[in-house]
Design a protein around this ligand. Structure first.
Ligand SMILES: *Cc1c(COP(=O)(O)O)cnc(C)c1O
Length: 451
């Protein structure tokens, strides 16, 4: 695929008169190969993100189609800041973004890709603060940590709300808030446990109170494709209510099979574009059409990221029964199966019932009374020993259950310290479906590997 793509770019380049590459740019082939060889050796110092035995953090390689498209476009290296920087990839970005907006049920939209979910959220919070100056932005203690950081950057006061026993924003606590709030951030898919806030209840409440709602669907967004399928066992109302949110962030570089450098922000009301008005005469001069740079906080952005997403969506469309839907369904089913399998074994205790493809399990027998410090020590030791196993290393992650969840989950834990570290596993590869027994069996090794 890559060779095809690069040949196509060669052909395009040959339309212009030939010229000599400057001597300053020429490198010795042997030296370049040696440097690459050195790089490859250095890259061996990585965890096997591509492999089903890596079931740790939210990491996996992009789809080969995305990579081929990215590198093909990167050979030209267009900049999607302005139409003049990359007319083709700017058009591809608009088409791909329109598909994302449609996936969420937006009737109208304004949006663009960003270099990350953090920048996309920053942009949504910035718009929120411009529309509700002086008001607070509310989010739960389980919302992504960058919301607090970005509110600090923007100089906005926050209101951190408690969560319920499922790790979801506590709607009754939100209902007690009043006119001090301008915007509520809901998280359909928290980063730690994949908890899905009750977007339906929050949007209803917010419409009564005149609050804006921003959905941080950086991780969970694509799951909306399968939310109506009975076998996905999801709360469909929450996902359908995304269409009623004022803005949505989704990260194609998380569940959209893209290489890093691909977030997206969407606004339901295109008129927020007026807030970005600025003058940068040296970048806009050939067209009166929309310049992506006019509606974004960032300047330079890889046009290659748009090319990669657009091409991926051509072959893996945003549908429930084909394309991306079945990929997500396999991950979702793996998490349900892993949780059921762990419950059956009675050697592990789930912290919350998984709502997406993330499982959180405490190394404690069913009904066991154990100190938080003991459970944390078991987690730490098992985590390290699984990774160091010579025969078959296994990679999981850890999660420190703290904040509003203390006392709310794990009823048999004795909270002798602030927080309890448990095992967490993100089953974000469809191959995890076939690896469920192996994942759970690895975690069930805590009595021999951690004591
Ligand atoms: C990952 C994540 C972010 C941050 O996105 P980046 O692309 O890593 O900057 C924000 N919110 C949620 C819910 C996330 O999972």
């Amino acid at each position: 695929m890559l060779a095809r793509g690069l040949d196509g770019v060669d052909e395009w380049e040959r339309r212009w008169r030939p010229f000599e590459v400057d001597a300053t740019l020429r490198v010795d082939d042997a030296a370049a190969n040696a440097a690459l060889e050195e790089l490859v050796q250095r890259l061996h110092d990585n965890y096997p993100f591509f492999h089903p035995d890596y079931a740790g953090q939210m990491l996996k390689p992009p789809h080969p189609v995305a990579l081929a498209a990215y590198l093909t476009a990167a050979r030209i290296n267009p900049n999607n800041h302005a139409l003049d920087g990359g007319p083709a990839t700017a058009a591809l970005e608009q088409e791909a973004v329109a598909q994302l907006a449609q996936m969420f049920g937006y009737q109208t939209h304004l949006g663009h890709l960003t270099s990350s979910g953090t920048i996309a959220n920053l942009e949504a919070l910035w718009v929120a603060s411009r529309l509700h100056p002086g008001k607070r932005i509310a989010f739960s203690s389980e919302a992504h940590y960058t919301h607090a950081r970005m509110c600090e950057v923007l100089g906005i006061e926050t209101a951190v709300l408690p969560v319920d026993a499922g790790g979801r924003l506590h709607v009754e606590a939100l209902a007690k808030c009043g006119g001090e709030i301008g915007t509520v951030v809901v998280t359909p898919g928290t980063t730690a446990a994949g908890a899905v806030d009750d977007v339906y209840a929050v949007t209803n409440l917010a419409h009564e109170r005149g609050w804006r709602v921003h959905a941080d669907a950086a991780y969970g967004g694509f799951f909306t494709l399968i939310a109506a399928l009975p076998e996905a066992e999801m709360n469909h109302a929450s996902w359908a209510a995304l269409a009623a949110c004022d803005s949505i962030v989704v990260d194609p570089h998380k569940h959209g099979l893209q290489p890093y450098g691909c977030g997206c922000v969407l606004f339901a009301d295109p008129s927020v574009g007026a807030l970005y008005k600025h003058d940068s005469p040296y970048t806009y001069f050939t067209s009166r059409d929309l310049h992506l740079g006019e509606i974004s906080l960032e300047c330079s952005r890889a046009g290659a990221a748009a090319a990669a997403l657009w091409t991926t969506l051509r072959v893996l469309p945003l549908r429930a029964h084909e394309g991306l839907g079945p990929v997500l369904l396999a991950c979702r089913r793996a998490a349900i199966a892993a949780c059921d399998r762990a419950d059956e074994g009675a050697l592990l205790t789930s912290v919350v019932r998984p709502e997406l493809d993330i499982i959180a399990l405490a190394p404690m027998r069913r009904g066991e009374r154990a100190k938080a410090s003991t459970v944390s020590a078991r987690t730490e030791t098992l985590f390290t020993n699984l990774m160091r196993d010579r025969e078959r290393p296994f990679y999981v992650a850890k999660w420190r259950v703290g904040g509003g969840l203390i006392g709310n989950v794990l009823p048999t834990v004795e909270w002798d310290q602030v927080g309890c570290t448990v095992l967490r596993s993100v089953l974000m590869k469809p191959e995890h479906g076939a690896a469920v027994d192996d994942v759970v069996a690895a975690l069930e090794r805590w009595p021999s590997l951690s004591e």
